[in-house]
Design a protein. Structure first.
Length: 96
């Protein structure tokens, strides 16, 4: 099956551009991984229902990618990429 397309919400893109080059490459690689089968990763509960969370490690630091799936366009939209610390608080403040 063809992977889903990938886009980034404007706020996620703004933060992404601030990351070091090696971390940006890792995020791209992980996003391609998600795009192959986006439904297998954890869906969050209310009030963030519809948003999924993907976990990865870079340089011994835990990161999360929050994304949602748009089935009609077969695309995943990355909403937030951040370290695990305060990730869900930031996500809740941004997307409630």
């Amino acid at each position: 099956m063809e992977p889903y397309g990938i886009s980034m919400a404007p706020s996620a893109l703004k933060n992404y551009k601030k990351f070091p080059e090696k971390l940006r490459e890792k995020i791209k690689s992980e996003a391609l991984h998600i795009a192959r089968n986006p439904y297998i990763y954890e869906e969050l509960s209310e009030p963030l229902k519809g948003i999924r969370s993907y976990h990865f490690t870079f340089n011994s630091t835990q990161y999360r990618i929050a994304y949602q799936i748009n089935e009609s366009s077969r695309e995943i939209e990355i909403l937030l990429v951040k370290t695990r610390e305060n990730f869900y608080d930031k996500l809740f403040r941004t997307f409630r």
